[in-house]
Design a protein around this ligand. Structure first.
Ligand SMILES: Cc1cc2nc3c(=O)[nH]c(=O)nc-3n(C[C@H](O)[C@H](O)[C@H](O)COP(=O)(O)O)c2cc1C
Length: 429
């Protein structure tokens, strides 16, 4: 059995290399890193943010050849030119394996690190994020395929006529473009989006290739996926080209008893109090309202949605679970999985739940939330992956050229359109 990591592992390069190698040996499609810009996101009881995602993924790229590398990065506290450059760099260096998970930072304390007096409200964050993503996409498209010629005999480095300014003028951003280097190996990095409020859904339907979401209940997962597909069609898109990948917190054991022993150990490590405090923040309720642990979860005391500052997607999913299953405070605290559907059991039991979601139209795939690293990742690749492979639900080996292909996504339309336009122009002489 693989070890449980030391607390300091989350700042260790060797640790990230180990994770990348384990994931690739297990044929996982990608590693997905969350972002916590400040210490305060987990509360003072656990002062722990994340390393910069793109930098960490670049290290992982160096020890792997097939594994996708997806990093979360904020649209609230970045500049689009800078972020487009960073993730395009990662796509070049990894030979077409980069993905960007676009989020609109929910934690108000981040504002204090960016010379801002006030954290923008939910609507403003999404308005900025819409523009942000649009600018990033235009920058990623600013070099046409074939713009880099590199013909030393003719002394022709590149074709300036295939490199375009974007001249973006919006409410939040004014960016001239283009990017300082050619289009990336997979046309452009894959865009993920996380945020499942109505504004988040709309944004994902416009721009995202993949959606990372939290849905505890099967009926919510089905509703979410069909709503996203409908919204994508309303934007003129092919609904099969937006992949819905809900999070699933898996706690595995080779027997049911072993899985529950691991769950109990995790509860001890996390501590009941901090976990309850996180639940209170996730749904927007004063901690004092949760003092009666064995009473039904008091949904009547959550702040109204319009006054809630965090992720509405997470909140709705957790509250629906509490109401539908009539859970007490204690039960919800032990079952909400830190935000995602939690499944404790043997590989067969976990695979059954995945398969049921898949068959019912609630998911195109899953974002596994690993309980403890690196042992949980080791369990996922040695226990769960073989079970999914036995059922024919998971590939036996990598067969794709880049992350886009691995996820069943077509090349970006802008690339196809430009190539067709140029072929027509050339054919017409
Ligand atoms: C599944 C999921 C994952 C998220 N991951 C992150 C993250 O890694 N870092 C972060 O700052 N915010 C994260 N967020 C929250 C985003 O900041 C999100 O854009 C914002 O809170 C709005 O969410 P909403 O549309 O659900 O209200 C996540 C949200 C969801 C639903």
């Amino acid at each position: 059995m693989a070890r449980d990591g030391a607390a300091s592992d989350y700042v260790s390069g060797d640790f990230y290399k180990e994770l990348a190698l384990t994931a690739e040996a297990g044929k996982l499609h990608a590693i997905f890193l969350a972002e916590q810009i400040t210490n305060q996101e987990n509360g003072v009881e656990r002062p722990c943010g994340t390393l910069d995602t793109a930098t960490t993924l670049a290290l992982m790229a160096g020890v792997t050849t097939k594994l996708g590398l997806i990093g979360t990065a904020s649209t609230t506290y970045n500049e689009p030119y800078e972020l487009a450059r960073r993730f395009a760099t990662l796509d070049h260096l990894s030979n077409g394996r980069a993905g960007w998970n676009s989020i609109a930072t929910q934690n108000p304390t981040v504002a204090e690190q960016f010379s801002r007096f006030e954290h923008p409200n939910h609507e403003d964050r999404y308005a900025r994020a819409d523009e942000f993503i649009e600018v990033v996409i235009r920058l990623w498209d600013s070099w046409e395929q074939g713009a880099l010629v590199g013909d030393k005999t003719k002394g022709l480095f590149g074709r300036a006529d295939l490199v375009h300014d974007i001249n973006y003028r919006g409410r939040y951003f004014q960016v001239r473009g283009p990017l300082p280097f050619p289009r990336t190996p997979q046309g452009r990095p894959v865009i993920f989006q996380a945020g499942s409020s109505p504004l988040g859904r709309d944004q994902a339907a416009r721009f995202a290739d993949c959606v990372f979401t939290a849905q505890h209940l099967l009926e919510d997962a089905i509703e979410f996926r069909s709503d996203m597909r409908r919204r994508a069609v309303a934007y003129g898109r092919n609904p099969d080209q937006i992949k819905i990948l809900p999070g699933m917190s898996v706690i595995l054991g080779d027997t049911e008893e072993a899985a529950w022993t691991r769950k109990k150990r995790l509860e001890e490590v996390l501590g009941f109090g901090p976990n309850l405090a996180k639940l209170a923040r996730r749904v927007g309720i004063p901690l004092e309202a949760l003092s009666d642990l064995d009473k039904p979860f008091p949904v009547q005391h959550v702040v109204p949605e319009h006054a809630f500052k965090g992720s509405i997607g997470f909140r709705r999913s957790i509250l629906n679970l509490a109401v539908k299953e009539n859970l007490t405070v204690r039960e919800l605290s032990l079952r909400y999985g830190g935000g995602h559907q939690e499944v404790v059991g043997t590989p067969e039991q976990v695979a059954d739940i995945m398969q049921a979601r898949w068959d019912a139209g609630g998911a195109d795939g899953f974002t596994l939330m690993i309980d403890m690293l690196p042992s949980g990742l080791h369990d996922a690749v040695t226990l769960l992956v073989p079970e999914l492979q036995r059922r024919g639900l998971f590939h036996l080996d990598y067969q794709h050229a880049n992350l886009r292909e691995a996820l069943g996504l077509n090349p970006p339309e802008s690339l196809v359109r430009k190539t067709v336009e140029r072929t027509v122009r050339t054919a017409a002489g």
